[in-house]
Write a protein that binds this ligand. Structure first.
Ligand SMILES: [Zn+2]
Length: 590
């Protein structure tokens, strides 16, 4: 694709939406259901009063105001990717709204070592409606209002009173939330009255990658970006919908692959599904789906490994499985997790889409509690987006000659590669050997190819419950009481119902320093980690690596990172990217 045509297409396709990069879109359409639920303040604002800035708009305006005042003091974020830190170093105070919403909250990590501790914490989480952020065999992270901490500690055994620490390092929650929104330069376009200042342009030459991945992006930018990909790369990309959300939004996806054209009777098209954003606040899962999509799309025809992969397999990338929740996490509550449909309790919205699938649905236990963050709905498939996505997938296999061979469901956080089952630690999946072998290979590919983070490999159940550490022998270890139910997951449904051979849930960065509020400097490195994993998955499926391959061949392929990094077009691409960057900035200012 020529630079000039890229620019023209970009202007045509991106300009109108980039002007509204902060969710100011008009794409919202009311579903028939939507009439029956109480409209949020945002929706009312959108319908009734276009002059009233919505929360996100006010937030971005506030950032811009302060940046242009240059009153902010410089403070470097303590990220693990300091080399990549660009301009996101201007520390601003969160505005009153954010402080009011989150200023009194903290995230505490409790280190668990006994059954009593785990049961007590599970019970307390239920009683106090706590927001459990993440948990595994070693710890449980809980968001809690500071003034509720004494009540919580009162419900816990004395041993736990001392074995907890506050997360978020030296940031408070409101500040970390503010930092997770796009950088001031990305919101310059909102300031119509000011002229462009090159000094505020991100100093990106050292930052590898497309400008799209310098920041988390709202749905109103992601959707036209996907259209742009489909328009630019017509030979191997199509934009599709995999369902409609409760509030009537499309669930967009990119189908990437090259079909054989010479066969009269094409065999079933083997397809890998890569999904993100089923939990709204896990923004890194959305950017990672897009990053991997972009990398495969852009490398087709340039990198042999990837060309071969796309000739043999289709990939379907779904970055926002829960678009209503995602938009809500941008506009109203950064820490929103579930979808946005109403429940039997008027003041508690949302169903946990990853507890909503019918296979081993455990809703009986959460039915009474629609306010729970892991509320499974009243019946299996109550979660609208889960049901529609599953219907789409089933239709693909039943009627469209598709054979889903891989399912990677991306979440955050805790750096784990989890294989089925999620619902039980006692039932083993029939293909456990393959799953474990491949999961270990994915983790190794991540760690070695470009020195990524260590990812732990375990079953989804074990990744999701506390296990006693008393015995070294796995079989003798006791499963401690669950912090949350883990039946009804997408992972188990796709593995069991759709017979997807290689099904994994991958929890991305980090391990709790920032949790869901992962600084944007991690977007590209996390994307690269998953790209390395997917390239490994491809080679595994093609029989080039793994136990089966070892038996038949001694020939070794060059390491994956070389395949990607020695791309002869890389330099050209980097140069183009810098040009793209300046055009991107210009477009944003229109
Ligand atoms: Zn999740």
């Amino acid at each position: 694709m020529h630079q000039s045509s890229f620019a023209v297409l970009s202007l045509l396709l991106l300009a109108p939406s980039l002007i509204t990069a902060a969710p100011h879109d008009t794409s919202y359409t009311s579903s028939p259901h939507a009439r029956h639920h109480e409209p949020s303040a945002n929706v009312r604002g959108r319908v009734d009063n276009f002059d009233t800035p919505r929360p996100w708009r006010r937030l971005s305006d506030a950032i811009i105001g302060r940046i242009w005042g240059l009153a902010g003091k410089q403070k470097s974020l303590d990220t693990t990717n300091r080399a990549n830190t660009n301009t996101h170093t201007i520390e601003e105070q969160p505005e009153p709204k954010l402080l009011a919403q989150y200023g009194d909250d903290v995230v505490l990590r409790f280190n668990i070592s006994t059954t009593d501790e785990a049961s007590a914490l599970a019970e307390a989480a239920d009683i106090l409606f706590l927001d459990v952020w993440e948990f595994n065999e070693d710890w449980v992270d809980i968001r809690i209002a500071k003034d509720v901490v004494p009540s919580l500690l009162g419900l816990l055994p004395p041993t736990l009173e001392k074995s907890h620490v506050a997360l978020m390092q030296d940031l408070d929650l409101a500040q970390a939330i503010l930092n997770s929104y796009p950088s001031p330069s990305a919101t310059q376009l909102h300031d119509q009255d000011r002229s462009y200042s090159p000094t505020l342009k991100p100093s990106t030459p050292s930052v590898k990658g497309h400008p799209f991945f310098q920041d988390y992006q709202p749905l109103s930018v992601i959707d036209p970006w996907m259209k742009l990909m489909a328009s630019m790369f017509t030979t191997h990309v199509r934009k599709i919908n995999v369902g409609i959300s409760y509030e009537g939004r499309d669930i967009p996806a990119l189908r990437v692959g090259v079909h054989a054209t010479n066969s009269n009777q094409p065999s079933r098209r083997q397809t890998v599904l890569v999904t993100g954003g089923s939990h709204a606040r896990e923004w890194i899962s959305t950017t990672t789906v897009n990053y991997v999509a972009w990398s495969l799309i852009n490398s087709y025809g340039k990198v042999h490994t990837i060309t071969k992969l796309l000739e043999n397999y289709d990939f379907v990338f779904v970055p926002t499985l829960n678009p209503d929740g995602y938009v809500y996490s941008w506009e109203t509550d950064r820490l929103w997790r579930k979808n946005r449909q109403p429940t039997s309790l008027r003041f508690c919205h949302g169903i946990d889409l990853d507890r909503s699938y019918p296979y081993k649905w455990e809703g009986e236990s959460t039915r009474s509690n629609p306010c729970s963050e892991s509320y499974s709905g009243d019946t299996p498939f109550d979660g609208v987006e889960a049901q529609r996505f599953a219907e789409w997938a089933k239709n693909e296999t039943d009627n469209n000659n598709v054979d889903f061979v891989g399912f990677l469901d991306l979440h955050s956080y805790s750096q784990q590669i989890l294989y089925p089952y999620s619902y039980s630690c006692y039932d083993e999946p029939p293909t456990i050997e393959d799953l474990e072998e491949l999961a270990l290979g994915l983790a190794k590919a991540i760690r070695i190819s470009r020195k990524g983070r260590p990812y732990k490999v375990t079953s989804a159940c074990e990744g999701n419950v506390a296990m006693s550490k008393d015995s070294k022998d796995k079989k003798e270890r006791l499963v401690l009481p669950r912090i949350e139910s883990s039946g009804g997951s997408a992972l188990d449904w796709f593995y069991h119902e759709l017979r997807v051979k290689y099904a994994f849930q991958i929890k991305l960065r980090d391990t709790g320093s920032y949790g869901f509020l992962l600084p944007r400097e991690n977007i590209i490195p996390t994307g690269e980690e998953l790209l390395d994993a997917i390239l490994y998955l491809g080679r595994f499926m093609l029989g080039e690596v793994g136990f089966a391959a070892d038996k038949h061949t001694t020939k070794t392929e060059p390491p994956l990172k070389e395949a990607v990094e020695h791309n002869e077009d890389t330099e050209v691409w980097e140069r183009d990217r810098d040009q793209d960057q300046s055009q991107f900035e210009l477009r944003r200012r229109r």
